[in-house]
Design a protein around this ligand. Structure first.
Ligand SMILES: C[S@@+](CC[C@H](N)C(=O)[O-])C[C@H]1O[C@@H](n2cnc3c(N)ncnc32)[C@H](O)[C@@H]1O
Length: 220
């Protein structure tokens, strides 16, 4: 998949625009709900980072935000960096052009108060969704909010998988803060709160696999 090309869909696909709007709203709510400053935001497979950048730019607390966006595609990182400059957010948000699936990527990143997983779960086998959710316990501060999305239509498995995703979160001490279907019903956007303590990173070097394989079998 050419992910830089894929991002052009934001210009013409209403369902993606709707998803972006809901994700931005959830990020803004999560920024307001976080008592600690700076508010640390981590976006995994961030793409060009438009959700975090736009929410931060619009926030009254923008000067108290510290965002790290992890993205492997250098073109998207370059594009995102130029948007950061456009909004004069160089002090607040930075990109890390690295592999988000590897444990070592997170070694120098402090646990976050907000973790964004937009457009990620649909690219993971169900088993890897579980591994990623399990790993979030090492990437989250206590009471951190994880904002996630899942396509409900494209892969013919949406409602089943979303039920499974919710169970996977519950199994590792997350509670649901909100769940929204976008107006066209194409995407689910959820926010889960971590109720535990931050754990050490798992010993395995690969936290999850980004397979782009989305025909998932679920037993959940
Ligand atoms: C569906 S897009 C979502 C982008 C963005 N989060 C959004 O919602 O617009 C998936 C993104 O994951 C990135 N990606 C794929 N494998 C990755 C990896 N191993 N590490 C970091 N990013 C990766 C792709 O380059 C792409 O930008």
């Amino acid at each position: 998949m050419d992910w830089a090309e894929w991002h052009k869909r934001y210009e013409s696909v209403p369902s993606l625009q709707e998803r972006l709007a809901v994700v931005c709203e959830e990020i803004s709510l999560a920024i307001s709900a976080t008592r600690t400053k700076p508010v640390r935001i981590l976006s995994i497979c961030s793409g060009d980072g438009r959700d975090v950048i736009l929410s931060t730019a619009a926030s009254k607390l923008r000067k108290s935000i510290s965002g790290v966006l992890i993205e492997l595609n250098p073109d998207l990182v370059a594009r995102g960096r130029s948007t950061i400059k456009e909004f004069s957010l160089q002090e607040e948000i930075s990109f890390q052009c690295s592999d988000a699936t590897k444990s070592e990527t997170y070694r120098s990143i402090a646990p976050a108060h907000i973790v964004v997983l937009s457009g990620v779960f649909g690219n993971l086998k169900y088993e890897d969704v579980g591994l990623l959710i399990d790993s979030l316990r090492s990437l989250c501060e206590p009471k951190a909010r994880v904002i996630w999305t899942r396509n409900l239509n494209e892969f013919g498995d949406g409602e089943t998988v979303v039920g499974g995703i919710k169970k996977l979160f519950a199994n590792v001490n997350f509670t649901e803060a909100s769940y929204t279907k976008t107006p066209s019903g194409v995407f689910a956007v959820g926010t889960h709160v971590y109720e535990g303590e931050t754990l050490n990173l798992p010993a395995r070097p690969v936290l999850f696999r980004f397979s782009g394989f989305w025909k998932v079998a679920t037993d959940a």
